[in-house]
Design a binder for this molecule. Structure first.
Ligand SMILES: C[S@@+](CC[C@H](N)C(=O)[O-])C[C@H]1O[C@@H](n2cnc3c(N)ncnc32)[C@H](O)[C@@H]1O
Ligand SMILES: Nc1nc2[nH]cc(C(=O)O)c2c(=O)[nH]1
Ligand code: SF4
Ligand SMILES: [Mg+2]
Length: 271
C-alpha cells in the first residue's frame, strides 16, 4: 500500500503536531521519520533530471510557501511514522542507485541524518531537497538547495485556497533566508541553487542573494550551479511561466531546469 494511504495509527499528540511544524523530532528511543510518501520516479528537477530515483518525502516544514506543491507536508502535514528499518526496506524494494530525500523540509528532522548515513553505507547516491535554512552534517552527495525568495511568502491575498496564513506571513518572511546556513551548506557539499521563479521581478533578489552569499562563503559559487525553475505545480500553470523563465535564464546566463514530472504526470501523487 502506498505510504500516503496509510493511516498513522498513533494519536496526534501535542508532540506530533510540533514535529509536523518542524520544531521537534521523533521519539528519542526509536530512529524513524514522519513519511508522507515514498515512491520511485524520475528525478524531475535540476542537474540530475531524468535519473530514476527513489523519493522519500518527510512531513513537516519550518516555512510555508504560498505555492508549495506538497501541501500535505507543509500547510496540512500528514504522515505515517516509519522506523528507519522500514524506510530502508521500502527503498531497497526498488531498482535504483539514487535516493532523493525531500519533504516538507527533511532537515528539520534529526533522523534524516541517520537515514542518509544508512543510505551511504549501502552505496546509494543521495540528493537532499532542502530550503537551505537548516544545516546538518551528513553524507549528502548533492545538496539541492532551493532558497526561498520574497515572492514565496504567503499573504492574505496569496495563500492556498481556504487557508488563513495567520502568523506564517511573518514567520516565513523571518526565516526564509539564513546566509550563514547557506554558506555552510555550499562550503560543505556539492550543491545546486534552484530558485523558483515566476517572472523578471524575482531576478534582482536572486542577484542580491548570490552577491551576499559569495561574500559570505569561503568557496566560489559558479553561475553554473544556479538554476532557475519555473513556478508551477500543474501543467497549466507551467505553461504560463516556463517560457518566461527560460528567457530569463538565457538573458542572465543561469541554467534553466524543467519540472519533468509535472510535464509527464501533472500533479499526480507519488510522481
Ligand atoms: C516541496 S519542496 C521540498 C524540499 C524543500 N522544502 C524545498 O523547498 O526545497 C521540493 C521542491 O519543489 C519546489 N517547489 C515547491 N512548490 C513549487 C511550485 N509551485 N513550483 C515550482 N517549484 C516548487 C521547491 O522549491 C523545491 O525545490
Ligand atoms: N519526479 C520528481 N522529482 C522531484 N525532484 C524534487 C522533487 C521534490 O518534491 O522535492 C520531486 C518530485 O516530487 N518528483
Ligand atoms: S520550503 Fe519547501 S516544503 Fe516548505 S513550504 Fe516551501 S516548498 Fe513547501
Ligand atoms: Mg515535488
Amino acid at each position: 500500500m502506498p505510504v500516503s494511504e496509510r493511516v498513522d495509527d498513533r494519536e496526534w499528540s501535542g508532540r506530533d503536531r510540533e514535529r509536523a511544524d518542524g520544531e521537534t523530532d521523533a521519539p528519542a528511543d526509536q530512529l524513524g521519520l514522519p513519511i508522507n510518501e515514498l515512491f520511485y520516479s524520475l528525478q524531475g528537477e535540476g542537474t540530475l533530471a531524468g535519473v530514476p530515483s527513489v523519493f522519500v518525502r518527510t512531513s513537516g516544514c519550518n516555512l510555508r510557501c504560498w505555492f508549495c506543491d506538497s501541501y500535505h507536508t507543509s500547510w496540512e502535514p500528514t504522515h505515517a511514522w516509519l522506523e528507519l528499518e522500514a524506510i530502508l526496506e521500502e527503498i531497497e524494494s526498488f531498482e535504483a542507485d539514487h535516493v532523493v530525500l525531500t519533504g516538507g523540509e527533511p532537515l528539520v528532522h534529526d533522523d534524516s541524518v541517520a537515514l542518509l548515513e544508512a543510505l551511504a553505507d549501502r552505496d546509494y547516491h543521495t540528493t537532499i531537497e532542502t530550503n537551505g535554512t537548516i544545516y546538518r552534517d551528513a553524507p549528502i552527495d548533492l545538496a539541492s538547495i532551493s532558497p526561498k525568495l520574497a515572492s514565496s511568502t504567503p499573504t492574505a491575498a496569496r495563500a492556498p485556497e481556504g487557508v488563513d496564513v495567520g502568523e506564517w506571513e511573518r514567520r516565513h518572511e523571518a526565516e526564509r533566508v539564513d546566509l550563514e546556513t547557506l554558506a555552510a551548506l555550499v562550503e560543505t557539499y556539492d550543491v545546486q541553487l534552484k530558485f523558483v521563479v515566476t517572472d523578471g521581478d524575482d531576478l534582482p533578489e536572486i542577484h542580491a542573494l548570490l552577491e551576499a552569499l559569495r561574500d559570505a562563503a569561503a568557496v566560489p559559487i559558479p553561475d553554473d550551479d544556479v538554476l532557475l525553475m519555473p513556478e508551477g505545480a500543474t501543467r497549466e500553470r507551467l505553461a504560463e511561466t516556463r517560457e518566461r523563465v527560460a528567457d530569463l535564464a538565457l538573458e542572465y546566463g543561469f541554467r534553466y531546469t524543467p519540472r519533468l514530472h509535472v510535464d509527464l504526470w501533472n500533479d499526480a501523487p507519488e510522481t
